[in-house]
Design a protein around this ligand. Structure first.
Ligand code: PEP
Ligand code: MN
Length: 327
């Protein structure tokens, strides 16, 4: 079980008490707070809760002490949490240097705070475009140097870790949400992570994946709802709008939505984006391509720049959701 100590309390007193009881312990720092993992039986929880320094006791195997008590700060480019939406935009795959640089400039001019782009792609067919790999990462770095925008890039394999050391926001895609050893390795990089929800995962499983990242060293995790698999086939996935307030009730970690991959078609991206904002999403991840018809992946769902500009305009007319839970 885990003991979460009250804000401002130092752990020495509790540690001494636990040691005197002969209980095995492991101490973890949680920013300004402390968590102690204790080898105690469930029956001992009541006694531990009586300790003045202890705020919460987590017993369940599926407890997520770090996710549920996380209260750190979030720093990402020019985005100020709580003062407007976070916009992450860019092509599904990075395909061409010139068009990436021009797109990055245009997105920045539209108020986007983070540039996204795929370098290594997870494609269903091994014959589909697999991404330009290190070349794409270099062009993204160039776009960052040109615009000052932080970059968000998906990682697919532990063997690529050395290539991601300077990526501002590392994306764990839907297919890897429950690749736990990849989560551990990415957490150890000590950088913020965008964690997409696996379409087959419950909210609890998604948050437990975030727990892995925090436990292994990520300072914070940006949760991203991107649609789940249901019986409905009219869109590519079903955007689980309800998950957004559920997540906000369970953690102070920020949560955004990706309506592009949920919709699978540009026509439905804007309505889903607006629904997500209304439900309390703190930002959006939108695929934008200078010429979607020629895109080598996800051509049907990518917005043109003018469609994206229109979406931003519509979004700005929505009142900021009041249910947002901030640290
Ligand atoms: C992506 O963001 O390009 C992507 C592949 O998304 P997902 O993991 O949600 O399918
Ligand atoms: Mn895509």
């Amino acid at each position: 079980m885990w003991l979460l100590l009250r804000q401002g309390v130092q752990p020495q007193g509790v540690l001494a008490w636990l040691e005197a009881q002969g209980l095995g312990i492991q101490l973890r720092s949680l920013g300004e707070r402390w968590i102690i993992e204790v080898e105690a039986s469930d029956g001992q929880a009541e006694a531990l809760l009586r300790l003045e320094e202890v705020e919460k006791v987590f017993i369940s195997e599926r407890a997520m002490p770090l996710v549920s008590s996380w209260q750190g700060g979030v720093q990402l480019g020019t985005w100020q949490r709580g003062e407007g939406l976070l916009w992450i935009a860019g092509p599904c795959s990075v395909e061409n240097r010139e068009s990436l640089l021009r797109l990055a400039e245009a997105l920045k001019a539209l108020g986007v705070q983070v540039l996204r782009g795929g370098a290594f792609k997870a494609r269903t067919s091994p014959y589909s475009f697999q991404g330009l790999g290190p070349q794409a990462l270099d062009w993204l770095r160039e776009a960052r140097a040109l615009t000052g925008l932080p970059i968000c890039v998906e990682i697919l394999s532990e063997t690529h870790l050395p290539l991601y050391a300077d990526v501002d926001l590392i994306q764990i895609g839907a297919r890897n949400m429950d690749n736990y050893w990849l989560l551990r390795a990415v957490g150890e990089l000590g950088r913020p992570v965008l964690l997409k929800r696996n379409p087959q995962a419950t909210v609890e499983e998604w948050l437990l994946a975030a727990e892995y990242l925090l436990l292994y060293g990520a300072p914070w995790v940006l949760l991203c709802e991107r649609g789940i698999r249901t019986f409905e086939r009219s869109l590519r996935y079903t955007l689980d709008v309800g998950a957004i307030p559920v997540v906000a009730a369970q953690t102070a970690l920020p949560c955004i939505a990706d309506p592009s991959h949920a919709a699978g078609h540009w026509r439905y991206v804007t309505p889903l984006a607006l629904a997500a904002i209304a439900a309390g999403a703190e930002g959006l991840l939108i695929e934008v391509h200078p010429d979607p018809l020629t895109a080598q992946s996800d051509a049907a769902q990518q917005l043109t720049l003018s469609q994206f500009a229109l979406l931003k305009e519509k979004a700005s007319t929505l009142a900021a959701p009041s249910s947002r839970r901030l640290p």
